[in-house]
Design a protein around this ligand. Sequence first.
Ligand SMILES: Nc1nc2c(c(=O)[nH]1)N[C@H]1C(S)=C(S)[C@@H](COP(=O)(O)OP(=O)(O)OC[C@H]3O[C@@H](n4cnc5c(=O)[nH]c(N)nc54)[C@H](O)[C@@H]3O)O[C@H]1N2
Ligand SMILES: Nc1nc2c(c(=O)[nH]1)N[C@H]1C(S)=C(S)[C@@H](COP(=O)(O)OP(=O)(O)OC[C@H]3O[C@@H](n4cnc5c(=O)[nH]c(N)nc54)[C@H](O)[C@@H]3O)O[C@H]1N2
Ligand code: SF4
Ligand SMILES: [Mo]
Length: 689
Amino acid sequence: MSIIHAACPHDCPDTCSMLISVEKGRAVKVEGNPDHPPTAGVLCTKVARYLERTYHPERLVTPLKRIGAKGSGQFTPISWDEALTTIASRLQTIAARDPEAILPYSYGGTMGFVQSEGMAARFFNKLGASQLDRTICAAAGGAGLKATYGLGVGLDGDTIDQAKVLILWGINPITSSIHFWRKAQAAKRNGSILIAIDPYRSLSAEKCDQHIALNVGTDAALALGLVHIWIRDDLLDHEYIQNHTLGFKELSERAQRFTPDYVAQTCGISVETLENLAALIGHTAIIDQQPIAIRASYGLQRVRGGGNTMRALACLPSLLGAWKHQGGGLLLSSSGFFPVNKAALEHPELLPNTPRTINMSTIGDALLHETTPEFGPKIEAVIVYNSNPVAIAPEGGKVAQGFAREDLFTVVLEHFMTDTAKYADIVLPATTQLEHVDIHKSYGHQYVLFNHPTIQPLGECKPNSEIFRLLAKQMDFSEACFHEDDETIASQAFDWSHPHMQGISFESLKAQGWQRLNTDSIPFAQGQFPTASGKCEFLSSTLAAQGLDPLPDFIPPYESVASNPELAARYPLAMISPPERHFLNSTFVNIESLRKTTPEPTLEIHPIDAAARGISTGSLVAIFNDRGNFQAKAVITDKVRAGLVVAPSTWWKGMSRDGKNCNEVTSQALTDLGNGPTFYDCLVEVKVA
Ligand SMILES: Nc1nc2c(c(=O)[nH]1)N[C@H]1C(S)=C(S)[C@@H](COP(=O)(O)OP(=O)(O)OC[C@H]3O[C@@H](n4cnc5c(=O)[nH]c(N)nc54)[C@H](O)[C@@H]3O)O[C@H]1N2
Ligand SMILES: Nc1nc2c(c(=O)[nH]1)N[C@H]1C(S)=C(S)[C@@H](COP(=O)(O)OP(=O)(O)OC[C@H]3O[C@@H](n4cnc5c(=O)[nH]c(N)nc54)[C@H](O)[C@@H]3O)O[C@H]1N2
Ligand code: SF4
Ligand SMILES: [Mo]
């Protein structure tokens, strides 16, 4: 038996190091690597089932051609030769008219550089296909963070157990980042106070010392309310502000209108709660000179004002000089610490011109768009890999309608017959992480990881990279980069001469499986933010140059009782659809052992709202608005605020009784910054089905 170093490929901030035991060519055990500090020997419940997923009897193992109606799931096996010839000839015909009519669609199925945008990006660049704006997850928060700190950077996750006040702001780590939760527990043992800020009493919020259940999408008001109080009470680190921040005077003026009364009313919390929160954080940081940390996640930026929300939050630790202490500051993402060599991976010089960009969050509208001068050509072909848009993209009715178009040529690279694969003309069987090479960064910690293949590809499966390599060959793309193998692509993923890579080489990384970046565990004690000014920018010249508000503000949701009373008269309940613990986005929904604990879609609703609608626990309910409807089993609980319903996500439509999921009702409206989706900015009504 041999034990091989692998990396968890999933879209999860923990990016675990895995050890795979292989016996006679078969993977027999998947374990968390005890030596990798963030993993510390444990995997989550989902990936602990990675073998069940890999060797699942329904794995796609041959190329398939559709023989039934789009969406029906009727296919017949074909050879790789037939599949590649058909795809190449269809794409060539369309490209001869206008390559922009071809669209790649991909996201977080795997986070590895080789199997995501390595060979694939080269292929679509050379083709001159439309570019995809990959906004579906983190665009708003990412843009807000970048405007304030310069890059997606923050406090070192390894040190977060040293915080004396730890705020879990819009994150439910027991579900979505179990290794961070372990650190939070360690912080608690070190005497830290844990506070959850979340409209929903999530599994994690329930276990914190305090839970502040604010209205969805009002976090920026709360943050600016804290700024208001800290200025009023002079709980500020004047020296840090003076030396390492930009725009304090302007921010102070902005914060004036965020009086405790206004903030409490906007957020739906008491003035006392707000004052106590401000005093606890302010005193710990300024009077006691102890580290305070904010762990924010993407849950709070899936609303209209998501970008400004992150801007407002990002200002907080700098006002208090929290960065001076180990374990102090804010963490949303650590991605910006990694010197990724995007140009070497993607070869942008292959682009014949600058093609248009399609936003993946509005794929429904895009697929239904006719040719116009502003939009460009109607989309004639979509190639989907590492994503399941029919399940995960907003306003799913339109997405399905778009994919059902008879005149659309669709290719899906997949492990399983997902909701999206069912609409394909041709489905290509892709390898899993056990069957291919890859290399990874993380957005929750600061370690690079290498993934060795452990077993031969199942059946006729091929890595995404190989599929695009073969398509490139079929289309006579002759540049040298189309001949590079996966290890070569992996070796190009990082700028190895960057100071953060000191002590790490491709060979040493392959040997150890993981290595920590050479980064400071107290990154911004001396300022040195990666912004143009080198400071934390409360006032952003970059945003000002784009004609945007240079200061953070509270931007009310598109859809809430306060911001849209006419709509709320018909649809009075706010719906959020955060991750279900046993799924990873729509991945793992088809794993039987996990579905035992999560057999069907549910909707959590407050007792007052349930009673008003004659709903009891176990009732089948219909959730609806003008965009669509879906069904779920009601769970009556005071974990949700009155006026809020929670639909744990994201179900395969094909696995729910009505063939629909929560994205039937979510909207394609976009965020203030970053053009991100607004999944949690969604009013609905609920009735017994
Ligand atoms: N098990 C599991 N883990 C996952 C995922 C998964 O699907 N399943 N998805 C992965 C991915 S792609 C991502 S992006 C991350 C997702 O990470 P997040 O989107 O951060 O998801 P959660 O950690 O569940 O945290 C969301 C929390 O934010 C709360 N929330 C919703 N709206 C608001 C709001 O307006 N304000 C505040 N303060 N809170 C709000 C929700 O109630 C929920 O408890 O997790 C990753 N990890
Ligand atoms: N309502 C609602 N909708 C949401 C969210 C929400 O909170 N609520 N969250 C949003 C967020 S944060 C995100 S990140 C998106 C996620 O959306 P996606 O990135 O589309 O993620 P998944 O749904 O997990 O689909 C990934 C697919 O890639 C496939 N895959 C995995 N590895 C490989 C590979 O190596 N090769 C190929 N060819 N395929 C592979 C998997 O089998 C899976 O079907 O969903 C978004 N949608
Ligand atoms: S999904 Fe996240 S927690 Fe689970 S094994 Fe992968 S990286 Fe670790
Ligand atoms: Mo995500």
